[in-house]
Design a protein around this ligand. Sequence first.
Ligand code: NAP
Length: 295
Amino acid sequence: MRTITGKTSLVGLLGHPVNHSLSPTMHNAAYKQMGLDWCYLAMPCDKFNLHKVIAGLRLIDCKGLNITIPHKQEVLKACNKLTKIANEIQAVNTLIPEENNQWIGANTDVEGFLAPIRKHNIKDKNVMVIGCGGSARAVVMGLNSLDIKKVIIIGRNEITLDGFVKSMSNLLSKNNIFIEGVNYKKLNISPYIKEADLIINTTPIGMNKKNSEQENVPLGNEVWSCLSNKTILYDLIYTPRPTQWLKLGQQKNCFTIDGLDMLIEQGACSIRLWSGFNDIPIKIMKSSAEQHLML
Ligand code: NAP
């Protein structure tokens, strides 16, 4: 254990919920290795207190913040400046302290998402993204750099879905990538599942250990009967590991990817932005996170 002293600086995560988070474990392991006298805490914060908490943490010289579900878009209003990527996708997961008690908003989820998927060739492939919240924006931005053919966004709320498709389509059209929003409450999505080469779950469905197995599978169990083993399943959730949905895919011999590598990579990118150091002990971050998952 490192000793926390009067000189130790605070870094942390704001979201709701945060008690499942592996970020404190992997960040504190990295800081110890890097000799940074920082302490990372997961701090639960609801939407009513978000802006007050963010402003207050800047006033007490917090060295950096990660932002998670459900605040990645709301937090834009608390930023004085945005990085190019955060501005393009209108989602922020990292706050960097700036002069005059201000924050700069950045997004490291894009790099994080790409880390495990770069090993696969998905050029000219069909991709389905379930969910259209903050992390889905980072996912679509990442896909934009991979020369895919088409992305289908599956949502349940017509207004959010339309807004998402409109805001991302300008970006994708520059690379001739087709985007379509599908409301799964209104349309049969089996044909879309059949033609997908890669399916990404960006909803929190699967995180809640109190839910039944059926409730923990995005879009319900039945719809996945048409899934073929050529399809890669990528779940952004990293605990439980694997999720019920990835277990279902493994039973059908699909290649599956969980959210752990994304988590580690986005965390490493955040540390680079906060500390200015390039060399981040990624292996130590991953082994500490894996050890914690086994507890
Ligand atoms: P978010 O901004 O709140 O978006 C969640 C999306 O899921 C929204 O489109 C929401 O739809 C949809 N959704 C939520 N509950 C649903 C349900 N019961 N049925 C259907 N759709 C539902 O959250 P986020 O920040 O994108 O995070 C989403 C998940 O990704 C979380 O589990 C988070 O832990 C994970 N994540 C992992 C990493 C990583 O590094 N591995 C990084 C980022 C996020 P509505 O708009 O209709 O509510």
